[in-house]
Write a protein that binds this ligand. Structure first.
Ligand SMILES: [Zn+2]
Length: 84
């Protein structure tokens, strides 16, 4: 009886693994990109005017002067820009 139960559990396990693989293959065949955690975000990079490094606005330090915003890779670059 126990052996039968174990065999049944093993079959369920194999069937689940099998369907996961089949599902993955079908999704790949349909050309669906796998996305996790909502919509994809296009990260636009901006150039640090002091050293020329490209930085992501969300992670960068910024200064807004007369309507335009400038982004910097570090505090050193930001203060350098302020001093001209
Ligand atoms: Zn910089």
């Amino acid at each position: 009886m126990l052996r039968l139960l174990l065999t049944l559990l093993l079959l369920i396990f194999i069937a689940r693994a099998f369907w996961q693989i089949v599902g993955g293959v079908i999704e790949a065949a349909q050309g669906k990109p796998v996305r996790r955690g909502g919509r994809p975000e296009a990260v636009k990079l901006v150039k640090d005017p002091v050293c020329g490094t490209f930085v992501a606005p969300r992670a960068a330090l910024s200064v807004t002067t007369s309507g335009s915003t400038h982004y910097f890779c570090s505090e050193a670059c930001r203060s350098k820009y302020g001093r001209g």
